[in-house]
Structure formats: structure tokens, C-alpha cells
Write a protein that binds this ligand. Structure first.
Ligand code: ZN
Length: 213
């Protein structure tokens, strides 16, 4: 079973990747994992990717696709795999489809749908101590005293990346980029939507049903 996981940051797909892989008896990887692995091993692709990242530029699709295809073609993944967060653009989806034609393409694409309002709620509220860098969250791990670090008494602040308007923009960019990919797989009949706002148990059951049926 060859499975692809899609979903915006905060949708919870990352936490599901390992359990889906375990259930299917295959390995999982994200495109970020593959980048890090290639850079650690100092491969040609890793060095190429790094040259773009150092300039603050996006790594071109063909470089990312080569890394992904090398991983897919690894004999260890011939029985299947779980790929987390790739393809992310329509061009990547088309390229992956072309590359995998001889293998019959991907079997399932799981899209974790979460409303924008809920994503903003999940992704904002993070605070960090100016002195010791201890992270806090307004809802899931609040400090005992507002804006004060439990560990050292330092002042807590919100990083620019975690501010609501920046988070909203990131979610919008993700949606614009991936909606055509979702449509691509919907037309193929391989797309399964997972309600990412359900309880963890319910999400787990929906995922199990999606990869077995
Ligand atoms: Zn502190």
C-alpha cells in the first residue's frame, strides 16, 4: 500500500504518519526527513538542495522529486510506504504520477481537513521565555503566572512567526497551493478526506478505514 498524507500545518497528519506506517508494516518519511538525510550524507542532491536553501530560495520541484523517487525506489519500500507532505504542488503531483506510472501510482491519498479557524487556534498562543527559551502555550501548557516563565521568572514573548496574521497567511498559502493537488487525486478516486477536528481516537479509526477499504 502506497499512501500519501496531505494536510496543513496543525492538521495532525504528522502525528498519524508513524501509526499508519506501523499498521501497514511499511516505513514513513516526510520531504523534510529526506532533505535532512541527503544533507547529512552529503549527497549531490543534498548539496544542491542546500545551495537553494542557503540563498533563502525554494528547492526546485525536480530536486525534491529526485529525492522522493530515490526513496520510493529503495528496495526496502517496494512493498509500500507512507509519504508525509509530498506532493505539495500540482506540478509535483503530476511529476510523481508520471514517475510512478510503471508501479501503478499511489493507492491512497489521505487529506486531513481542518477549518482555518481551528488551525489558527491550534497554531497561535505559543510563547517563549526571553531568558531560558522554555516554550509555553496559552491553552495546552500555560505558565502559572501570565507572561512569566515558571522556570526562571523571565518574560514570555510571542515570536513573529506565531502571530495570528502570519499564521493565517501561512494557512492561506498552503490552501492555495494544495487545493489543485486535492482535486487531482479526487478525480483519480484515490482521495480520502479525514475529519482532522474529530477526537484522536476517531481520527485513528477514520485513517484505519481509509487505508483498508
Ligand atoms: Zn525562563
Amino acid at each position: 500500500m502506497r499512501v500519501i498524507l496531505m494536510g496543513p500545518p496543525g492538521s495532525g497528519k504528522g502525528t498519524q504518519a508513524a501509526s499508519i506506517a506501523k499498521r501497514l508494516g511499511v516505513e514513513s518519511a516526510s520531504s523534510g526527513d529526506l532533505f535532512r538525510d541527503h544533507q547529512r550524507r552529503g549527497t549531490e542532491l543534498g548539496q544542491l538542495a542546500r545551495s537553494y536553501m542557503e540563498r533563502g530560495a525554494y528547492v526546485p520541484d525536480d530536486v525534491t522529486i529526485k529525492m522522493v523517487m530515490a526513496w520510493i525506489d529503495d528496495p526496502a519500500h517496494s512493498a509500500g510506504f507512507v509519504l508525509d507532505g509530498f506532493p505539495r504542488t500540482h506540478a509535483q503531483a503530476v511529476a510523481l504520477d508520471e514517475e510512478m506510472k510503471s508501479q501503478g501510482g499511489v493507492d491512497r491519498v489521505l487529506f486531513f481537513r481542518v477549518s482555518d479557524t481551528e488551525l489558527v487556534r491550534r497554531l497561535t498562543g505559543r510563547m517563549i521565555c526571553r531568558q531560558c527559551q522554555t516554550p509555553y502555550h496559552a491553552i495546552s501548557s500555560p505558565p502559572k503566572q501570565e507572561c512569566v516563565c515558571d522556570a526562571c521568572g523571565g518574560e514570555l514573548y510571542e515570536r513573529d512567526d506565531d502571530k495570528a496574521e502570519v499564521v493565517s497567511k501561512r494557512i492561506q498559502v498552503y490552501g492555495d497551493e494544495t487545493e489543485p493537488v486535492v482535486e487531482f487525486y479526487r478525480r483519480r478516486g484515490t482521495l480520502r478526506e479525514i475529519d482532522g477536528e474529530a477526537t484522536i481516537d476517531a481520527v485513528g479509526e477514520a485513517v484505519a478505514a481509509a487505508v483498508s477499504g
